[in-house]
Design a protein around this ligand. Sequence first.
Ligand code: GDP
Length: 342
Amino acid sequence: DANPFKKMPNILYPDEIMDKAYNRAEKIAGDLRTTERGLSLPKSRIIEDNKIRTTSSVISDNLLQIVEKTPSIDHLDPFYREILEIMVGSDEFKKSLAAINWAADLVKKLGMQYSRKVKKAPTPQATSIVRKEFIGRVASILKQIYPNMAFLGVARNKLKNMPTVKDLPSVVIAGYPNVGKSTLLKTLTNAEPEVNSYPFTTKGLNIGYTEEGIQIIDTPGVLDRPIYERNDIELHAVVAINYLSDMILFVIDPTEFCGFTIEEQVNLLNEVKRTFKVPILVAMTKMDVDEIEGLETLENELKGFDKIKISSLKKEGITDLKVRITEILDEQGLLSLLNDIE
Ligand code: GDP
């Protein structure tokens, strides 16, 4: 899944676009001009007409480029649609693109209109007045869309450097803080995870890969507390994660050392279950701890869930956990690609 915003062009300031158009128009006019000092009416008309048409096409092309190279929201991969909403706001983004499209269209139409007008200008001076009037109108259109251009420029800079989440079978880890999620991620992937600077939270996503090529994503701040406590942006982050995940690995700490009761943890699990439509595997962790009081109660509460006991610290149950993850992904047909490679 390549970052669809990478293709967005650099957004020029109105002055820069005007300069670009001016330079091109002057160059063409210069080629047409002869050494004679006073220009004849037909020659003036040709020169000014060329300036008008060049200015019009340079500017409208520049604006259209922006619109064409910016991914359209309606065709965006749903994950990136959420990212757009989180990072810049889709409404404003849409509005800005529409404004630029409008301006491109108008500049083109004005170019044609003034091209006709300059051909009827009665004197050489009149031809240059027509051209100046045209330039004035174009400048004011660009001024009008300046806020939209500035918005898109900022949006582009934010979006284009966003890291890419690989298109691999993905397991998303959920569970309250301190239950042992990041320890488990390290245990499963035998490596320090990449910290991926997605803007979901201040913390980013931690991503690791298993030997089998499965992507394991820890989402600090996203799936670690009840959904009703969330603001709008965080909700979009939850939705984005929803699109990323092929299954959820929900970590429960039955020792309650994490500071959350078993009941609170099971409530979050049930909430995640209602929110996500992917298979959930529950990992009861910290099994190396002696005499875990609430274990029996917990097992009763987890009756309807696919579950496994592990200890990241002692590396117990990790192989079984990996096998179960592989099976769940395989049941969804997600491992066929990896198997083919083997
Ligand atoms: P996270 O906030 O969910 O990512 O939790 P961490 O992975 O940072 O772990 C929180 C605490 O639990 C740390 O002190 C870990 O050392 C400890 N921990 C994690 N896994 C285990 C385990 O399997 N057994 C024990 N005894 N402690 C663990």
